[in-house]
Design a protein around this ligand. Structure first.
Ligand SMILES: NC(=O)c1ccc[n+]([C@@H]2O[C@H](COP(=O)([O-])OP(=O)(O)OC[C@H]3O[C@@H](n4cnc5c(N)ncnc54)[C@H](O)[C@@H]3O)[C@@H](O)[C@H]2O)c1
Ligand SMILES: N[C@H](CO)Cc1c[nH]c[nH+]1
Ligand SMILES: [Zn+2]
Length: 431
């Protein structure tokens, strides 16, 4: 893992690069998968499942019998942990429910805004390197709370182990309507365009590897998506109040997601940086998932800055999916963060808490998209409709403003729609 001391501003851009260049080969492969699924539907999905996931079965959809049978395989302590996490995620997402807005902008003119649920949503649950059943909670619970009518879920089934019992358990707990054993770019294409068995959805949600993320970006011309939520990343800001062991463990927690993940420590001195590096090496040697960790650490970094301001500036420039602040007066730093998916404050807020169970959502923007996108939240499953009601008195009061603006734009019919109502148009034109 590289250690960079006091980089100059001109080096910042390259230090903010992720390990997922906009690869033309991936783009071509994903384009081909999308067009094949559009043309050949379920038959193509089955072929891809056999090719990429070693799928051995014949049916893409998971039956109720299979769900009841496999959720019995979930260990009671895991089931209990899932229920507890679901409680916290539910509480935090319910608290976000948007309140209706009503405002009388002038006498007789009332404007309103109301959030309504998106009718049919499609959830992607990653299952390549690990079956991320926690992601089911992060997507299906807010969808239910928002009031979405139909929840469709796609996840790859690993041929050796069958579909994950924990994914099915979480889906059952959250009231998912339809489950399909389809993964990768092909799952995204299926939910965007529909196939014989998979319904076309109104919006696609969920994280995934570079194939899944590229597919979401490509289909977003046709179907709404939540955001680009690709390979996991974490940045830890560490001064002399940080524990190098905690910093190293947090970095490794994201490195183990896969070789495309990235972990960055931003330290206030070289001695802290050296201690973090030593701890990463010590702890990494004890962990499984060697290929993921080694791959990820080979493009992860430890960077030092001479002052607190530069540390904060660099964090805002990098715009990490997760930002952990292990610094003196962490809230003062947090208040100055303008680009991050989710922020973890102080030494006792490991990212794993947000990944599983504190209540915040773990589906978050990556690759710098945290500059402009929010992570999944209750609003993601709703859209807002505005309403207005003008009484006669209200239209009388606003008529001159509207007709003047309409004529100034050269749009006489807009003015007409007001004048026929306020009553002076017929009069003016008959005389
Ligand atoms: N940003 C977030 O919010 C967030 C949350 C959780 C997980 N993640 C990330 O999600 C990712 C999950 O990745 P994963 O790989 O474990 O599972 P995945 O389900 O995203 O991808 C597996 C699928 O990739 C497809 N695939 C694999 N190799 C392919 C190839 N050569 N050509 C075409 N398609 C291919 C296969 O169809 C397979 O089913 C990780 O990178 C993790 O860091 C991100
Ligand atoms: N860290 C991931 C988001 O980048 C979420 C996750 C799921 N399970 C474990 N972690
Ligand atoms: Zn994680």
């Amino acid at each position: 893992m590289e250690l960079i001391v006091n980089p100059s501003r001109s080096e910042w851009d390259s230090l903010c690069e992720r390990n997922i260049p906009d690869d033309k080969d991936i783009e071509r492969a994903v384009e081909d998968i999308i067009s094949t699924v559009r043309e050949r539907g379920d038959a193509a999905l089955l072929e891809y499942a056999r090719k990429f996931d070693n799928f051995k079965g014949e049916s893409l959809s998971v039956t109720d019998d299979e769900i009841s049978q496999r959720i019995g395989m979930v260990k009671e302590d895991v089931a209990e942990a899932i229920r507890k996490a679901a409680e916290n995620i539910t509480a935090f997402h319910k608290a976000q429910f948007p309140a209706p807005v009503e405002c009388e902008t002038m006498p007789g003119v009332t404007c309103m805004q109301r959030a309504v649920p998106i009718r049919r949503v499609g959830l992607y649950i990653p299952g390549g390197r690990a079956p991320l059943f926690s992601t089911v909670l992060m997507l299906a619970l807010p969808a239910r709370i928002a009031g979405c009518n139909e929840i469709v879920l796609c996840t790859p089934e690993n041929g050796e182990h069958g579909i994950s019992p924990e994914i099915l358990f979480a889906a059952y707990l959250c009231g998912v309507d339809k489950i399909f054993r389809v993964g990768g770019a092909q799952a995204i294409a299926a939910m965007a365009f529909g196939t014989e068995s998979i319904p076309k959805v109104d919006k696609i949600f969920g994280p995934g590897n570079r194939f899944v993320t590229k597919a979401k970006q490509m289909v977003s011309r046709f179907t709404a998506i939540d955001m680009p939520a690709g390979p996991s990343e974490v940045m830890v800001l560490a001064d002399d109040t940080a524990s190098p062991t905690y910093v190293a463990a947090d970095m490794l927690s994201q490195a183990e997601h896969g070789p495309d993940s990235q972990a960055i420590a931003v330290c206030s001195s070289e001695s802290i940086a050296e201690s973090v590096r030593a701890e990463v090496e010590r702890l990494a040697s004890r962990l499984p998932r060697r290929d993921s960790i080694e791959g990820s650490l080979s493009h992860s970094r430890i960077i030092t800055f001479a002052d607190r301001e530069s540390m904060i500036d660099f964090a805002n420039t990098y715009a990490s999916e997760h930002l952990i602040i292990s610094m003196r007066d962490p809230w003062n730093v947090a208040e100055r963060i303008t680009a991050a998916g989710s922020v973890f404050i102080g030494n006792y807020s490991p990212e794993s808490a947000g990944d599983y169970a504190s209540g915040t959502n773990h589906t978050l923007p990556t690759s710098g998209w945290a500059r402009s996108f929010s992570g999944v939240n209750i609003d993601s499953f709703m859209h807002k409709i505005t309403y207005q009601e003008l009484k006669r008195e209200g239209l009388d009061g606003l008529a001159d403003v509207i007709t003047t603006m309409a004529r100034a734009e050269g749009l006489d019919a807009h003015a007409l729609a007001v004048e026929v109502r306020v009553g002076n148009w017929e009069l003016k034109n008959e005389n």
